[in-house]
Write a protein that binds this ligand. Structure first.
Ligand code: T5A
Ligand code: NA
Length: 244
């Protein structure tokens, strides 16, 4: 099944949705599915809680530490990017919080971090590996703008990132998500906030998004996602160009 002509590349597939919508369950099922078909595939996840930055995020999400809204946004972004971005930005955002200065440094530092992430992704895709990504920059934009941070500011770290070939949005009513096990343990798992996040996500939809009803049985969703992803992977193997 895997491609063998020089044009063939992997697909960039992103899963997005509210908390508890089923992204992690479905991402790992997709990984198993594509591996079973003989594809080269990797699963990436943001936030990656295994890094130092990821542990700070995790501690914030579980209400063990408090951080300014701008600072946590930067941490999430740094978690996407590179360590040096964080080393530079974190003290700056805490100690010298000043809008004009930070906006300038913010934009230029992230340009550099994203360039690295972008080239890492490009290398994987061009050598035929499909990336399944559990949350991407859309989460950063949707969650931070739901808190009332400016759209432009929230979107700055997105500039320069590769555009996904396919975004699978797992659509669920916040009330339904709240019925799932363990809901409420993390900071953002609150109905009113999740409603705002859902509205913010709506503004981000474009032609690459597929909206999937996340309230169906897990296996039904799995089947729908398999079809959508396989079609996308095939198109990429046949030489569909990478979008910017
Ligand atoms: N965040 C993230 C930001 O603010 N900025 C950023 O830049 C980024 C990247 C943590 C938080 O960080 C925020 C967003 C989040 O609030 P996370 O670790 O991805 O991000 O947290 P969650 O999205 O909350 O991850 P969860 O693991 O809680 O949710 P998932 O991955 O959507 O759902 P999953 O698969 O773990 O399933 C949740 C439960 O539902 C069941 C599962 O078995 C599980 O118990 N389930 C179903 N039940 C019934 N029917 C189905 N179809 C089901 N599918 C799954
Ligand atoms: Na959660």
């Amino acid at each position: 099944v895997s491609g063998c002509n020089s044009e063939s590349r992997g697909a960039l597939v992103v899963l997005e949705g509210l908390d508890r919508s089923g992204k992690t369950s479905q991402s790992s099922r997709l990984l198993t599915y594509l591996e079973g078909l003989g594809h080269s595939v990797e699963l990436w996840r943001f936030p990656d809680r295994s890094t130092n930055v990821g542990q700070m995020i995790s501690s914030y999400l579980s209400n063990k530490s408090q951080l300014d809204d701008h600072t946590i946004h930067l941490l999430f972004s740094a978690n996407h990017g590179i360590m040096s971005t964080w080393v530079f930005m974190f003290p700056l955002s805490i100690i010298y919080w000043d809008k004009n200065l930070s906006d300038y440094v913010y934009k230029h530092t992230f340009d550099c971090g994203w360039t690295l992430l972008r080239s890492l992704m490009e290398t994987k895709l061009k050598t035929g590996t499909t990336l399944i990504v559990d949350r991407y920059s859309y989460s950063g934009v949707a969650f931070s703008s739901a808190k009332g941070l400016g759209d432009e500011w929230c979107k700055a770290p997105e500039i320069g990132l590769l555009a996904p070939d396919l975004v699978l949005y797992l659509d669920i009513q916040p009330e339904k998500a709240a019925e799932r096990g363990g809901y409420g343990a993390e900071k953002y798992e609150q109905l009113e906030f999740q409603r705002k996040v859902a509205q913010c996500y709506q503004v981000l939809h474009d032609a690459s998004w597929k909206i999937v009803d996340a309230c169906q049985p897990i296996e039904d969703i799995e089947k729908q996602l398999q079809e959508l992803v396989l079609e996308c992977v095939m198109a990429c193997q046949k030489g569909k160009p990478l979008a910017n």
